[in-house]
Design a protein around this ligand. Structure first.
Ligand code: COI
Length: 407
């Protein structure tokens, strides 16, 4: 209801919304039923423990770099159509994987992944956050790549067992966590661009601190309309490796300009879509003089982030300001900043959690965003604290599930 009111208000006010993006919403809705044909089972899980000489030293928790250190074990599950589908899940010591040079993943990027985290709570319990949502998104990505789907609860249980085996790797720190990277690849050795007969699902774990290697609090963004991350009918709403690889050169360009991340735009109206690897939020004063939180709608260009969804749900519960999922154009951001009506912008995602935005460099001008300065209690900080209170078990909440409840 809130969404409709906001959207119709915006449609009246701004006549330049891209038709193609709006109509794509309907196509996207048609994909919502996930059919699980076969699955692997947690009850079939086999475990091969690492020998003492295979155990790695644990890194200093204060010097963790994102995704550089891996734990001692991994989870592997093969799928072979010729053998009846999914095989038994196995936890093994962390090791390299061998692939045929013709494996489809190496040629056509038949790869998808998820990003999740395990948190060591103040009570010593290790929790994961809304894992069912990751499983749902992972299956949707699998469908888009013609890879096999599976029962998400079975994978959550296998992953929780993996985390439990490597539990000493979950940092004893409320500034760090254990990043969980479930990955699904097409492995059949055949160069035809066709659905895979064989696949491999694996899960690896990394103790992580902050995603950004930067001291400054608010990030600076490059918004260059010549680059786009996603388009109608494409895969921007799926978590595919092929969405991320092509962003690296643009990220390098931002760095060369002394900027930290890329603000991804789309279309003639320069719609804001995402920031770096995160969803984008703007907190501003709307035409009625009210505080309003906006984020682009799930129109096929936007990854349905779990942090994004959680922020929207928490904000609705607070009921302290308006909330709207709608398109935002650069023209609007320029107008609003010139009237001092943009209070905050921030990115949100599993890896980076919540990252305040300080400035946007766009077509030769720099827009200053007062995210970290306009208030002693900015919204991004409130959101971050609320999420981390749940994740680290400081505030009991059904979204944070102890791994021992699963495995
Ligand atoms: C996440 O936020 O979970 C991500 O997947 C970002 C990742 C590409 C580093």
């Amino acid at each position: 209801m809130v969404q409709l009111t906001c959207l119709s208000r915006l449609l009246l006010r701004r006549k330049f919304l891209s038709r193609s993006v709006v109509s794509y919403q309907n196509i996207n809705a048609a994909q919502y039923a996930i059919k699980i044909q076969t699955t692997f089972k947690f009850s079939d899980l086999g475990v091969q423990f690492a020998s003492p000489d295979q155990l790695q030293p644990k890194p200093d928790v204060n010097a963790l770099q994102f995704g550089k250190h891996f734990t001692d074990h991994m989870l592997k599950i093969y799928y072979h159509e010729s053998l009846g589908g999914w095989q038994k899940p196995q936890i093994t010591p962390m090791e390299n994987i061998a692939l045929h040079p013709g494996a489809k993943v190496l040629h056509y990027a038949v790869e998808l992944f998820e990003g999740m985290k395990a948190y060591r709570g103040t009570d010593g319990k290790i929790r994961i956050f809304r894992p069912d949502l990751n499983m749902d998104r992972m299956n949707r990505s699998a469908i888009r790549l013609g890879l096999p789907t599976f029962n998400g609860t079975e994978l959550i249980k296998c992953m929780c067992r993996l985390v439990s085996i490597d539990r000493e790797w979950v940092p004893h720190s409320e500034a760090s966590s254990l990043y969980i990277r479930p990955t699904l690849i097409g492995i059949d050795p055949s160069l035809g661009v066709a659905a895979c007969d064989s696949a491999m699902l694996y899960v690896i774990l990394c103790p992580v601190g902050s995603y950004f290697d930067t001291k400054s609090k608010a990030i600076s963004l490059l918004a260059d309309p010549q680059y786009t991350r996603a388009w109608p009918g494409g895969c921007g709403d799926k978590k595919l490796g092929s969405n991320y690889g092509p962003t690296i050169a643009v990220q390098q360009e931002a760095s060369q300009q002394g900027l930290q991340q890329v603000l991804w735009l789309y279309g003639e109206d320069h719609l804001l879509t995402e920031v770096g690897t995160m969803n984008i939020f703007m907190f501003y004063i709307n035409d009625r003089g009210e505080q309003e939180l906006v984020t682009p709608p799930l129109d096929g260009l936007i990854l349905p982030g779990i942090t994004r969804q959680s922020i929207l749900e928490i904000s609705k519960e607070w009921n302290d300001f308006k909330i709207c999922e709608r398109h935002i154009t650069m023209k609007e951001v320029i107008e609003l900043t010139s009237e001092n009506r943009v209070l905050e912008m921030f990115g949100a995602g599993t890896a980076c959690v919540v990252s305040p935005v300080g400035s946007i460099s766009y077509l030769g001008q720099t827009l200053q965003i007062p995210t970290t300065e306009w208030s002693t209690e900015p919204l991004y900080g409130r959101v971050l604290r609320t999420l981390t209170d749940i994740q680290y078990g400081r505030v009991p909440h059904p979204w944070a599930v102890p791994i021992d409840d699963y495995a």
